[in-house]
Design a protein around this ligand. Structure first.
Ligand code: NAD
Ligand code: TDX
Length: 336
């Protein structure tokens, strides 16, 4: 058995990664460390709690991280503060967890000589103009826009520095916007699905022309496993499923349509300050060198994945209902 420590495993992508690993990679013995912030949820382990070791803890706690990393073979580092709108309301937790927390993880893997895979985002590259046909690659310079993306960019830089200076065995992946089950309802797609299920009109920021390169969370996690299996140390990998033709307005219309509402049953609300216009990812290195292929690639890019995601929120109302009112009240204060 290989021991795997998953930081932030009680959140959206991390919990899907844990489920994916238990189902497809039984050779891993999984430990999750998670602070259980508002974004972490033990219900994400329903049905698999007995198959993992769960530790409630903060990645900024160096004694805890030292102990956990000493007792593992590979660390997969998902833990972060992740919502741009929250980083605009209050940046400090983003600096603490994303920067100092990553430093703490790095010092532990350095001391114990363990393998690290660091999960990052396309947002470190900043944005493209709407009419710019280019895509981000592994060599695109960093140019983050928000406190969230600046903190993630900082964490990537720390990983690169620790790999070069201290020969830490690390890899990094930068993935585009994920969707799928168990995503917090503050985020765009689950917010709109649960709005419709609550008879609230979906909320589109500004004009809705912004483009996100959507990828299903299982395709992201399959790529992470391939990188852990096959990547040389020190490498960075772009992960994206070629969905950079769908803007936010089109996604909202798709959700309204799939949920039996008129395509225009949504409203425009205040835009996000500093709102990135367009993200687009060139994942050809990952496809060519590691043989990765996304599975959710129907003709319209994301209809099948969206249908399954809508069904998940319909069937799991107990998972999200209690938080819905407070999330919407916080948005309403900003006219969103
Ligand atoms: P999430 O907000 O759903 O989950 C984050 C998890 O980290 C939560 O369980 C939370 O409790 C935990 N956490 C936060 N601070 C912690 C701390 N100090 N110590 C321990 N645990 C802590 O986030 P997500 O969407 O699943 O994102 C996971 C990772 O993937 C992040 O690093 C994010 O930057 C990256 N990412 C996300 C996306 C996306 O579209 N969601 C895309 C690319 C990359
Ligand atoms: O109600 C909304 N209406 C709306 O139009 C919300 C919540 C968002 N939006 C827009 C803003 C973005 O253009 O939808 C797009 C997606 O918004 P988010 O779900 O907040 O995602 P984004 O800011 O793009 O960042 C996400 O992808 C990259 C994740 O939250 C990050 O953690 C990840 O790094």
């Amino acid at each position: 058995m290989t021991k795997m420590l998953v930081t932030g495993g009680a959140g959206f992508i991390g919990s899907n990664f844990v489920h994916y690993t238990l189902k497809n990679r039984p050779e891993y013995q999984v430990t999750v460390v998670d602070k259980l912030t508002y974004a972490g949820n033990l219900a994400n382990f329903d049905g698999v709690m007995d198959d993992i070791t769960f530790v409630k803890g903060d990645i900024c706690d160096d004694a805890l991280m030292d102990k956990l990393v000493a007792d593992t073979d590979v660390v997969v580092h998902f833990a972060a503060e992740t919502h741009n709108d929250n980083s605009i309301r209050n940046p400090k937790p983003f600096l603490d967890t994303n920067i100092y927390g990553t430093y703490t993880v790095l010092e532990a893997v350095r001391k114990h000589g363990k393998r690290l895979h660091h999960i990052s985002t396309d947002e470190v590259f900043g944005d493209l103009e709407l009419n710019d046909p280019n895509r981000f690659t592994e060599t695109t310079p960093y140019n983050p826009s928000s406190p969230y993306s600046a903190a993630k960019a900082s964490s990537d830089m720390l990983v690169r520095a620790w790999a070069r200076t201290f020969s830490v065995k690390a890899t990094i992946s930068n993935c585009s916007n994920n969707y799928g089950p168990r995503q917090h309802i503050e985020k765009f797609i689950p917010r709109q699905i649960t709005n419709i299920l609550s008879d609230i009109k979906p909320k589109l920021y500004g004009t809705g022309e912004q483009v996100r390169d959507w990828i299903h969370v299982d395709d992201h996690n399959a790529a992470v496993h391939l990188i852990i299996d096959k990547s040389p140390m020190g490498e960075t990998w772009i992960i994206g499923a070629d969905n950079d033709h769908v803007n936010n307005k089109a996604v909202i219309e798709m959700i309204c349509d799939l949920m039996g509402k008129g395509k225009d049953w949504y409203e425009h609300v205040n835009d996000r300050p500093g709102h990135d216009m367009r993200y687009a990812m060139d994942s050809s290195k990952l496809r060519r060198e590691l043989g990765w292929q996304p599975q959710y690639t129907d003709q319209n890019g994301m209809v099948e994945g969206l249908k399954a995601t809508i069904d998940w929120y319909k069937n799991n109302e107990a998972w999200w209902r209690a938080e819905k009112e407070a999330v919407e009240q916080a948005y309403a204060k900003q006219g969103q």
